[in-house]
Write a new protein. Sequence first.
Length: 70
Amino acid sequence: MSAHKHKEHLAKIKDAVTKAKDLNESQKSDSVKRIEEWYEEDKSFGLLKEELLEISEYFEILFAELGLSK
């Protein structure tokens, strides 16, 4: 995955997280913090997905809605 596409995916996820009704404020805050860290460090997108799924199973639905699952 190109760096541009990777950052585009992170931006989509961050936007969706802030709008998510299925996450509480703590989950949103923690998720956005992790997304921003991964954006800065340009780490593997797959590892970020795993980390976000530890916060909430909701991310499985979100990734599918954004066309980012598998």
